[in-house]
Design a protein. Structure first.
Length: 188
């Protein structure tokens, strides 16, 4: 676990990173609330935080992450309009949120997110469906067949590709062309 707790480090190091390289998922909404809290806190360095400001920060915190029950249409549009998936972004996202596995002797690749990030899962599906066929040795050269399924108990939306020709012809060579930076490379 890596933590940055210094308000100065958060303002000088962390905030510029996520300002210059905006998050594409609903984490952007959490970052925006985090930024509001940091801006409130930074005005009271070395002073006692008034109860009204503490309550405002607490309310922001309660509504972040899993506490964010609803996302407005305006917020969804804001997030959807800025989605620009690149190969490197997708690799990073796969390293954080992707799964490589085998179920019933069938290999699969999966990315899961909470249902509120459906716009992002759809964008990833579109990106993957537009990958070029890189391994010409596949028996059936068809575009990656992804299925998107919701688990109603957990509100998790899963994009899954388990078609062997899609995995072999598109997904595998695409990922082999990139450099993994986490142990996910061993699972891949």
């Amino acid at each position: 676990m890596y933590r940055i707790t210094s308000l100065n480090d958060i303002l000088i190091v962390l905030v510029p990173i996520f300002t210059n390289f905006p998050l594409l998922s609903t984490k952007l909404l959490d970052f925006n609330d985090f930024l509001k809290a940091i801006n409130i806190k930074s005005k009271y360095v070395g002073k006692n935080l008034p109860i009204s400001k503490l309550n405002k920060i607490t309310k922001l915190k309660i509504n972040m992450n899993r506490g964010r029950k609803k996302i407005s249409v305006k917020e969804i549009n804001q997030l959807s309009n800025q989605v620009n998936i690149t190969s490197f972004w997708l690799l990073w996202f796969i390293e954080a949120e992707g799964t490589f596995g085998i179920k019933n002797l069938t290999p699969y690749f999966q990315i899961a997110q909470l249902k509120k990030s459906y716009y992002l899962i759809n964008s990833i599906s579109t990106f993957l469906n537009n990958l070029p066929l890189l391994n010409k040795e596949t028996l059936k050269a068809k575009k990656p067949l992804s299925s998107i399924v919701i688990n109603n108990k957990t509100d998790v939306l899963s994009l899954t590709i388990n078609d062997i020709d899609s995995l072999y012809g598109y997904i595998m060579p695409f990922l082999q062309s990139l450099t993994f930076y986490t142990r996910k490379k061993y699972r891949f």
